[in-house]
Design a protein around this ligand. Structure first.
Ligand SMILES: Nc1ncnc2c1ncn2[C@@H]1O[C@H](COP(=O)(O)OP(=O)(O)OP(=O)(O)O)[C@@H](O)[C@H]1O
Ligand SMILES: [Mg+2]
Length: 321
């Protein structure tokens, strides 16, 4: 099950991604947490030392593409593979259990509670301009497109702030999207926009209130987002202490916040996997990218990369390596 945390800058996407991933790991579930934000901060909140950070996926796109394309005859080279190129027969697919393929073994670091951390990589000086950032995040899109996951297995993605998350097809690659919102006018300001985007694509979304100080805050959120409000996390002294560099374990979290994480987990678990939508939208966004820039960039008609004989999801045939 894949979940994205989106929302305004500073709302708590990174904090909640990390706490949620740690909660899932504590329950024993295999969990990969991916830092797909411009400011790479997730490792820190997961308790990974600077020196223990994994190799950035965004800097090794060619290697990742070379592996994933396997011997799929529709993909002529790694260079002809773009972020939206979907898997087909012959492609190499990824699993979370045991997850010992070269992508996980080369690009994931294990955080203290067993969360596996993957990162797109930080912005370098010469990355100025969004195009490069989007291509780095493209590593996550490729990863998710080739991942065959099921219930009880988790990928948590810390997304970039604002409506940027909706700029590519990446937002359609999740079973659930948690919109983190503070109980302020600004905090709920992007809600309608997110909700409308999500509704257009049949993407399930729920609002998670954060840094809530009391019933008045909850009422405010409820008033603005209605039944889309799933649960709220309170302003947390334990999180503040973590940010101050003090030792932190999940056990330090306030009981109400720990319960809220459990609600998020239950909600994610209650989602049905919709492989049909997933495959349909993979093709849709690939065609859109092909026409907009990728055909020109690669000099090929990338529509031919879509394999009509390939079925997304856990079929025996598609899982063969
Ligand atoms: N429930 C909470 N209680 C206390 N502090 C919190 C809580 N949630 C987040 N914070 C604090 O708020 C600040 C912003 O949180 P965070 O970095 O997770 O937001 P973000 O949405 O990822 O921001 P950005 O858009 O910059 O990536 C951090 O200092 C974090 O420690
Ligand atoms: Mg962040």
């Amino acid at each position: 099950m894949r979940v994205a945390f989106v929302g305004k800058g500073g709302s708590g996407k990174t904090t909640l991604s990390a706490l949620f991933a740690r909660h899932i790991a504590g329950q024993g579930g295999p969990v990969v947490a991916i830092d797909a934000d411009i400011n790479q901060h997730l490792g820190m909140v997961l308790g990974v030392e600077e020196t223990g950070l994994p190799r950035p996926m965004g800097s090794h796109l060619a290697e990742i593409k070379e592996y994933l394309r396997g011997d799929n005859p529709r993909i002529t080279s790694a260079a002809a593979m773009v972020k939206t190129t979907p898997p087909g027969r012959g492609s190499r697919l990824l699993g979370l259990v045991p997850g010992d393929d070269p992508i996980h073994s080369r690009f994931a670091a294990t955080a203290p509670e067993g969360v596996r951390l993957m990162v797109t990589g930080p912005f370098a000086e010469d990355d100025l301009g969004v195009a490069c950032y989007h291509s780095k995040v493209g590593a996550v899109e490729l990863y998710l497109n080739h991942l065959v996951d099921g219930h009880g297995e988790y990928v948590v993605v810390d997304m970039t702030a604002g409506a940027d998350s909706f700029a590519s097809g990446l937002f359609t690659r999740f079973d659930m999207t948690f919109l983190v919102a503070e109980p302020t006018r600004q905090g709920v300001g992007v809600y309608r926009q997110y909700r409308d985007y999500a509704a257009d694509y049949g993407v399930p979304i729920a609002v998670v209130g954060n840094k809530v100080h009391g019933p008045g805050d909850v009422d405010f959120l409820r008033e603005h987002v209605g039944d889309d409000l799933l649960v709220c996390l309170e302003h947390s002294p334990a999180v503040r202490a973590l940010e101050q560099g003090r030792p932190f374990t999940l056990g330090d979290l306030e009981p109400a916040n720990a319960e809220a994480l459990a609600v998020l987990g239950k909600h994610l678990d209650s989602q049905e996997k919709d492989w049909e939508r997933f495959g349909r939208q993979a093709a849709e966004f690939h065609l859109r990218n092909a026409q907009a820039w990728a055909n020109k960039a690669t000099g090929e008609d990338l529509a031919a990369q879509i394999d009509p004989g390939f079925t997304f999801g856990p079929t025996r045939v598609s899982l063969q390596r």
